[in-house]
Design a protein around this ligand. Structure first.
Ligand SMILES: Nc1nc2c(ncn2[C@@H]2O[C@H](COP(=O)(O)OP(=O)(O)OP(=O)(O)O)[C@@H](O)[C@H]2O)c(=O)[nH]1
Ligand SMILES: [Mg+2]
Length: 407
C-alpha cells in the first residue's frame, strides 16, 4: 500500500510550490488565482533513520532509497486546484476535484500565513489577508461538498432504509467512492450523538454537524502555515497554532525549500531535505543574487524555524498523523537479504496496529496464505501472525507458500 498525501487549500497559497519542492517537478506556479487546472501527481519521500546503521551493514535498497543512513520511502503526493469561498456552489475550479482529494490517506491544508491573498484569491499587499478566516472558509467548502454528496444520495438511502437495510451500511455503500467507511460513519454518529435518530428527520444543522465530524474522522489533516519567509507571517502563525488546537500546524516556506532543492540539483549546495543547514559547495559558482537568496533562506527561514517545513510536514503527515511504522522484511535473517542477496532491500510503511499477517499480505497474497510465523531478526523470536508490528522491526516471514522473488 502506498501512502497518498493530498494538498488542498485556497488558491495562491503555495500548494504547487510545495509540490514542486517535494517532487522536483516543474508544475506551473504563478501569482494568478487558479493556476493549477488539473491535479498534479508525483512521488515524494517519507524519511526515517534506517536500520542499516544499527546492524552495521551496507544496504542495497530496492523499493526505497538510503541516503546517509536515512531511509527514503516513496509516498504519493497530489497537488490540487485551489479552492475559494463559494466553491461548493461552482466558484473557481477546485470543488470538482475534491473527489480526487478524498482518495488521499492524509491531507495537508496549505494556508498563506503571510496574509498575501485576498478574499477573491488574488495576491494583495502582504498582511492584508486573513489566514485564519481563509482556513475556516476552505473547511466550510469541504463540509459543504460532503453534505451535497450525502444529499444527492438521500433518495437512495431512504429507499434502502425502507427496504430494511441498516443506515450505516447504506451510507457506507454510498460513500465508498470517497473512501469513507462504515467505521468512519459509526464514529461520526457517536461523536454527534445522532446515532438512533431518524435520518430523514435530521435538521439542516444536524446534517452539517454530521458532515463536519465525518470529515474530521475520515480525512486526517495537518495545517501548513506557508510563506513563513515573509515578515507578516510570524504573528499569523501564532494565531493559527493557538486557535486551531485540534490540528498540528507546521510553519513552512515552500519557496525556500524549492530554491534549496534546485540549488542542490545544480550542484551549488549540499543540503539534505529536512535538515537545519546547508553548505555552499563552491562560492565562486554563485551569482550575487543567488548568494543573497541563500543568505536570506539561512537567516529568515532556517535560522528562525530551523527547517523549511516541507520535508517535516511530509514526515509529520506520515508518522505522526497517520502513525505509520517502517518495517523491513528480509528473506534471510542471517544476511538480512532477499533471495538475490540484496541487503535490507525493502522498507514498508505500515498503518498502526498492523500485524505480521498484514505485512505478509502487503508483500504478496501468496505469502499470507501459507503464513506460519515471522522471525524477529534482532532476537530470533518466532512472532505469531497476529503480532503487532513495531516501528523499525526487521522480520523474516516464514510461510509454506514462500514467495521467493520478493523476500
Ligand atoms: N514568499 C513566498 N512565496 C511563496 C511561497 N510559496 C509559494 N509562494 C508564491 O505564491 C504564489 C502562488 O504559488 P502557487 O504554488 O502557484 O500557489 P497554489 O496554491 O498552487 O495556487 P493555485 O494553483 O492557484 O491554487 C507564487 O507567486 C509563489 O511563488 C513561500 O513559501 N514564500
Ligand atoms: Mg497550484
Amino acid at each position: 500500500m502506498t501512502v497518498r498525501i493530498g494538498l488542498i487549500g485556497k488558491t495562491n497559497t503555495g500548494k504547487t510550490t510545495f509540490f514542486n519542492a517535494a517532487t522536483l517537478q516543474y508544475a506551473e506556479v504563478s501569482t494568478y488565482p487558479f493556476t493549477t487546472k488539473q491535479p498534479n501527481y508525483g512521488t515524494t519521500y517519507a524519511i526515517s533513520p534506517c536500520v542499516c546503521r544499527e546492524f552495521n551493514v551496507k544496504d542495497n535498497p530496492r523499493n526505497s532509497l538510503c541516503v546517509d543512513g536515512y531511509r527514503h520511502i516513496p509516498v504519493e503526493i497530489i497537488d490540487l486546484p485551489g479552492l475559494i469561498k463559494g466553491a461548493w456552489a461552482g466558484k473557481g475550479l477546485g470543488n470538482q476535484f475534491l473527489a480526487v482529494a478524498s482518495q488521499a490517506d492524509a491531507l495537508i491544508h496549505v494556508v498563506d500565513a503571510s496574509g498575501s491573498v485576498d478574499e477573491e484569491g488574488r495576491i494583495t499587499e502582504m498582511g492584508k489577508g486573513n489566514p485564519l478566516a481563509d482556513f475556516y472558509d476552505i473547511q466550510e467548502e469541504l463540509v459543504m461538498w460532503l453534505m451535497r454528496l450525502i444529499d444527492r444520495q438521500e433518495d437512495k438511502i431512504v429507499r434502502n432504509l425502507k427496504a430494511g437495510k441498516g443506515f450505516v451500511e447504506t451510507l457506507a455503500e454510498a460513500l465508498q467512492g470517497v473512501k469513507i467507511s462504515a467505521a468512519h460513519i459509526e464514529a461520526a454518529l457517536r461523536l454527534t450523538g445522532l446515532r438512533g435518530e431518524e435520518f430523514e428527520k435530521w435538521t439542516m444543522l444536524e446534517d452539517k454537524k454530521f458532515a463536519e465530524k465525518l470529515l474530521e474522522v475520515s480525512k486526517p489533516m495537518i495545517v501548513l502555515a506557508n510563506k513563513m519567509d515573509l515578515e507578516t507571517a510570524g504573528a499569523n502563525f501564532e494565531i493559527l497554532r493557538d486557535t486551531l488546537t485540534s490540528y498540528m500546524v507546521i510553519p513552512a516556506s515552500a519557496e525556500a525549500e524549492l530554491a534549496l532543492r534546485r540549488a542542490v540539483q545544480k550542484g551549488f549546495v549540499k543540503y539534505i531535505p529536512g535538515e537545519e543547514d546547508f553548505r555552499i559547495v563552491d562560492e565562486s559558482k554563485l551569482t550575487p543574487e543567488q548568494r543573497k537568496a541563500l543568505e536570506f533562506i539561512e537567516s529568515r527561514v532556517l535560522g528562525e524555524y530551523m527547517r523549511t517545513g516541507v520535508q517535516f510536514a511530509i514526515n509529520v503527515a506520515v508518522f505522526k498523523l497517520l502513525g505509520m511504522g517502517v518495517v523491513y522484511p528480509v528473506s534471510d535473517p542471517a544476511k538480512l537479504s532477499d533471495g538475490s542477496g540484496n541487503v535490507l532491500p525493502d522498507a514498508y510503511l505500515m498503518p498502526p496496529n498492523s500485524t505480521v499477517k498484514d505485512l505478509a499480505r502487503a508483500i504478496h497474497t501468496e505469502l499470507e496464505k501459507g503464513l506460519l510465523y515471522a522471525v524477529d531478526v534482532r532476537t530470533g523470536l518466532h512472532l505469531p501472525g497476529d503480532y503487532r508490528l513495531k516501528d523499525r522491526d526487521v522480520l523474516s516471514i516464514v510461510s509454506t507458500t514462500r514467495h521467493r522473488s520478493k523476500t
